[in-house]
Design a protein. Structure first.
Length: 197
C-alpha cells in the first residue's frame, strides 16, 4: 500500500502539472501551485515511509507478535533515554522480566495517532485503544509496535521502536541486557548491530 501511495502522489503531481500546462492558462498557476507543492511533499515523505516499512518487515520476519497488556507509556522526556523522543513504551526485558526497558518512537512522522492516545488529557475511550498493544521484537534492541483492531484480533497502525538508553550516548553492551549469543544473532537478522562488551 505504501508503494501504491508513492506512485499515486507522483502521478497526481504529473497530472496536476499536465492540467496546468495543457488545459489551464498561466493565471491558474496560483490556484494549482499549492496542490503541486503538497503532492510533491507527500511523495517525498512517502520515500521515508517506505524505508521504514522495509525495516519493520525485516523485524516482523524474525520476531513473532506478542500482546502486551497495559504497558507503561508516555510523552514526557525520560532522563534515561538519549536523543530525540517522540513518545515511549516500556516492555519487560526478556532476560530479566522484573526489569522494564523503555523503547522510543524512532521518527516523529505519523505518531500523531499515538500521541493523542498517550497524552495525559486524552479521554478514557482514546486511552483504551492502546490499553493493549502488539509488539514484535526484542525490547533490548528493536521492535514494531501496533495497536489492536477494534475486536483485538489483529495488529494495525504499525510504528517502529528502538532502544536508546545507556551511559555512552544511548548504546548499551549486549551483556548489560542479559542477551545471549542467540539473542544477538536474532537481532542481527532483524537489522540491528548490538554493541559488544
Amino acid at each position: 500500500m505504501n508503494v501504491v501511495a508513492l506512485v499515486a502522489w507522483i502521478a497526481l503531481w504529473f497530472a496536476l502539472l499536465a492540467v496546468l500546462s495543457v488545459f489551464l492558462g498561466p493565471g491558474y498557476a496560483v490556484v494549482v501551485a499549492p496542490f503541486l507543492v503538497y503532492s510533491f511533499y507527500r511523495a517525498f515523505l512517502q520515500l521515508f515511509i517506505i524505508a521504514a516499512v522495509f525495516r519493520m518487515r525485516r523485524v516482523l520476519r524474525v520476531y513473532p507478535w506478542q500482546l502486551a497488556h497495559q504497558p507503561p507509556h508516555g510523552l514526557a522526556n525520560r532522563t534515561d533515554v538519549f536523543g530525540k523522543q517522540f513518545g515511549w513504551f516500556e516492555f519487560p526485558n526478556p532476560a530479566r522480566p522484573e526489569e522494564s526497558l523503555p523503547m522510543v518512537f524512532a521518527r516523529h512522522w505519523g505518531v500523531g495517532w499515538w500521541s493523542r492516545r498517550m497524552a495525559p488529557r486524552a479521554t478514557p475511550e482514546l486511552k483504551a485503544q492502546i490499553g493493549s498493544v502488539w509488539l514484535a521484537g526484542d525490547p533490548r534492541f528493536i521492535g514494531v509496535l501496533a495497536a489492536p483492531t477494534s475486536d483485538g484480533a489483529m495488529p494495525r497502525r504499525f510504528r517502529f521502536l528502538h532502544q536508546q538508553t545507556g551511559s555512552d550516548g544511548g548504546r548499551r553492551t549486549v551483556a548489560d541486557w542479559g542477551a545471549t549469543a542467540e539473542d544477538v544473532e536474532r537481532g542481527r537478522r532483524a537489522g540491528i548491530v548490538p554493541v559488544r562488551s
